[in-house]
Write a protein that binds this ligand. Structure first.
Ligand SMILES: NC(=O)c1ccc[n+]([C@@H]2O[C@H](COP(=O)([O-])OP(=O)(O)OC[C@H]3O[C@@H](n4cnc5c(N)ncnc54)[C@H](OP(=O)(O)O)[C@@H]3O)[C@@H](O)[C@H]2O)c1
Length: 427
């Protein structure tokens, strides 16, 4: 048996208990894989009474972070509490006290990642966060290491299992958003307050973390445009299906040469695209690099054991560096300052569903409004009756978002248009 490395766990919820289990399962392998033995000597929780049965030795449970901070035998702190505070303070204090930190905290890394990584570097310690993006899928290490010699120009991800489950359900069973959300909640895929998932905030946080690493330029959550799935209807999905498309909530980051696009919104993608088959609670991240071309990472984006797999991969890395007395750099290598584009500056095709007066000449009026705003129509898909009105589905050619918005403003006040029901970007 080699060196003994003591670990403190902050939090013993879903991810924390997974980490505890993987740590136990891997114990016999550690001498071979690490030339060391990892031992959890302290676990921080707020309610130790809840966890008496969850651990072999309840005396490791504590409610006092100082006990961990002041214990010089602990060299790795695993933060799986979540949220900004007190997690941020605990991580900062641990780094300053000379401990290495592994975290799964996307909320924190998406807003304070740069600051925390700098602090780790100043203190000669490691801060690793593989589990903060897409749970069990390795993506941070590939972006930092395996793909480091690429100029990465695009990341497109399905990085939120809850919304992917809801949209898959709507697509497969033709149900509307509300019953699909209710089922996601019943099955434990959606939280009691699903806002962060369904409004795209969770995906936006993960995108900010990935984009900063991939483009070597700081992108924070505030820079990411987010639009959720609450406005998507079974009707839109049905139209998309007949056209050979599926609707997914995509996190898109592009380095376009004149700025970075960072956005999360529903999107129509062709059924042949590899991301279209990523269903249910699965996640995937598609990356384009100049040397490698296209690569896709696929797997479980959340859950006890998949997330613990990512956390423990980081813990093992830190342990190896400790054993072999090497310093693993965890800097995110931000050395550029690329401007972030607003959503109005992006160029896309658009799917528009609108209810219009059912009389001759309406299409010509709409086409002329689009034309006057530099928008050309690529396809008019349907014209079906809705009461006395007609429903039109239009696909535009690629156009700047600002122009589409201008056109929609004028359409909104045109007497022949009852309402523009949906606008979804097309891949
Ligand atoms: N769940 C997933 O699938 C998943 C996937 C990827 C990343 N993550 C990230 O992993 C982190 C943990 O998520 P989770 O789902 O495991 O959370 P969770 O199930 O809610 O567990 C949180 C744990 O932290 C403890 N805790 C909370 N606040 C604390 C405080 N102020 N002081 C001490 N202990 C505190 C709780 O203890 P008490 O019960 O005593 O309050 C509980 O044991 C989050 O950052 C999350 O975003 C989760």
């Amino acid at each position: 048996m080699g060196k003994r490395i003591n670990v403190a766990l902050l939090g013993l919820g879903t991810v924390g208990s997974g980490v505890y289990k993987v740590m136990k399962n891997q114990l016999p392998e550690m001498p071979h894989k690490l030339n060391a033995e990892l031992v959890i000597t302290k676990i921080l929780v707020r309610h130790p009474e809840r966890y008496q049965e969850s651990v072999e030795d309840p005396s490791v449970l504590t409610t006092d972070f100082q006990e961990i901070l002041e214990d010089p035998s602990i060299s790795i702190v695993v933060e799986v509490i979540g949220g900004i505070e007190p997690a941020c303070t605990y991580i900062m204090q641990a780094l300053k006290a000379g401990k290495n930190v592994v975290t799964a905290n996307k909320d924190l890394m998406a807003v304070k990642g740069g600051e925390l990584l700098e602090l780790a570097d100043e203190n000669g310690r490691e801060l690793r966060f593989e589990a903060s993006v897409a749970g069990g899928i390795p993506i941070i290490s590939p972006l930092k290491d395996s793909l480091a010699a690429n100029e990465i120009t695009e990341i497109i991800g399905i990085v939120n299992g809850t919304t992917n489950f809801i949209l898959s359900k709507m697509t497969d069973e033709g149900v509307d958003y509300k019953p699909a959300l209710a089922e996601a909640t019943d099955l434990g895929y959606a939280e009691a307050d699903p806002t962060a998932d369904v409004e795209g905030y969770d995906a936006g946080r993960k995108l900010a973390i990935m984009a900063s690493i991939a483009f070597h330029s700081r992108v924070t959550f505030d820079d990411v445009y987010t639009e959720g799935i609450t406005g998507i209807t079974a009707k839109d999905i049905a139209y998309a299906k007949t056209l050979g498309w599926v609707i997914k909530l995509l996190a898109v980051a592009r380095n376009t040469g004149d700025g970075i696009e960072a956005r999360v919104h529903p999107m129509l993608i062709p059924q042949q695209h590899p991301l279209s088959t990523v269903a249910g609670s699965y996640n995937a991240v598609f990356v384009h690099g100049d040397a490698v071309g296209d690569v896709m990472f696929y797997g479980r984006g959340a859950g006890e054991m998949p997330t613990a797999s990512a956390v423990m991969g980081d813990v093992f890395s830190v342990a190896r560096h400790t054993v072999y007395e090497t310093k693993g750099s965890t800097k995110d290598n931000v050395y550029r300052k690329i401007p972030i584009k607003t959503i109005d500056e992006i160029r896309s095709r658009y799917f528009l569903r609108m209810e219009v007066e059912d009389k001759p000449g309406v299409l010509a009026t709409i086409a002329s409004i689009f034309g006057n705003n530099s928008v050309s129509i690529e396809q008019v898909i349907q014209k079906s009756k809705v009461g006395d009105d007609a429903e039109l589905v239009i696909i535009t050619s690629k156009v700047r978002e600002r122009h589409i918005k201008d056109a929609l403003l004028i359409l909104g006040s045109a007497s022949v248009v009852r309402r523009v029901a949906t606008m979804i970007r097309v891949y």
